[in-house]
Design a protein around this ligand. Sequence first.
Ligand code: SF4
Ligand code: SF4
Length: 497
Amino acid sequence: MKVQNGKITGGYEFKQFLGQPESGLVVQEAPEYLFVPLCSASLGIKPLVRAGDKVKSGQIVWQDNDSISSPVHSPVNGVVKSVQKMNYLDDEILSLKIESASSEGWESVPGSGSEWNKLGKDEIEKILYLSGTSALGAEGIPTRFRTAVISPEEVKHIIVHYTFAEVYNPDISLFLDNGGARKFTEGLAVLAKIMDQAEIHIAVGINSSTWFQVIENALPEDLSVEYHRVKPKYPQNHDSVLLKTILNLDLPTSYSGMNRGVVIIGIQDVCQVYDAVVTGKPLVDRIIALGGPGFKDHSHRQVKIGTTVAAIATNNLSFDDPEDLRFINNSVLTGSTLSPESPIGRNSEVLVALEEKRGQELMFFARPGFGKDSYSNTFAAKFLPFTRKVSTNLNGEVRACLSCGFCQNVCPGGILPNILFPYVERKMLDETVIQYGIFKCIDCNLCSYVCPSKIPVASHLKEGKKELLSEAFVSEKDFINAYNLIGLGEATDEESE
Ligand code: SF4
Ligand code: SF4
């Protein structure tokens, strides 16, 4: 077994933060009501069921053959109460309110079974589509049913990652221990069959790389994978950083690995592919890691998709009033804020609860406490082995740039954020900022996190990129030509009309 070492530019390793997910798994009962996310409301595609309809667990309740999408299933047996709009993950979406009668069993996906290897590619792709698992991964799993922006034949690489790069990360052993590795590797074999020209890479954080041998031992003989040991530094888990670290490929801002023929997927996703194809289980639940000091119990939860944050948080909060907390989906630095009424979606993996600190602590910047994180070596918090507490407080007010260079040191894009952001502030947006590499910024927000002057550096750069695109300094075609991007046919057709 050959293991390669991946090298990230910049990045930052989060250490010793309070409220880490713990290894236990609690299978949570379905709550009385679930809110199942269907699609963006702007698409205007109605569900296949109406208020008053009875639904079974695993029944397809939303499907659209014309858009790039995968079917959505009822996670429980119950009754549809309403179709409603809600704000979710920074979008207005349509959702289905379902009253749960029971969560026993599910309608099995047609064609699935342990002898899946005898099936043709088209039959396996159909199972992935009908099960909804084709929605998994960073941008979906390509099938002939328009589940991703590229076809299975266009995929050159599959990267499965568990980089341990976030502040809070799920426990890998839940998916690979106790026979999990066999399911995982069989799930990989399913993906390898439908994308048989693609090379498979498994990227795991150094602190978890002992799992390579467990995976290798469970790997079918005819399946070969490349193993990559990566530093558990944020944002190693972002598409563009994975592409650079694993494949030495560049990816410009706001494009996905799929646009360079790379499918990026998580370990839990691959296990759910196994569940769909071998056991016939549609995508009705997810395992969610609970992180952050806002939760009392940090064991993982297996919850039905559509379970609300409030249902997960009941009797498990460190604060009496949920208003004192901010709930975040997946990533502390880039994840969307969730309200207590927000549901768990099919791409959720971590639910974070942080104390909502609305006020500023007076002169905090002059006296960083031991319990707070500090990038600077001048603060004792950097070196002492105390746990750190994350909250939403900026811990200081915006001050002038100190030219300390911290933002440059951590930037995974290898650019100079401190040189770039003043150009945006002064509206001096022209060729100069493009040459300084503004489009290499991947919106990871790390520069803002480490900045001792509390300058929202990343927001400035995001704004600058938006302005440059709207003023047509660069176009989609420039990016397509420079980086050989694929899967943007519809966008370019529209642009040329
Ligand atoms: S947000 Fe952009 S500029 Fe800031 S660290 Fe990340 S990639 Fe670099
Ligand atoms: S981290 Fe902040 S203060 Fe330091 S150079 Fe960057 S922008 Fe300036």
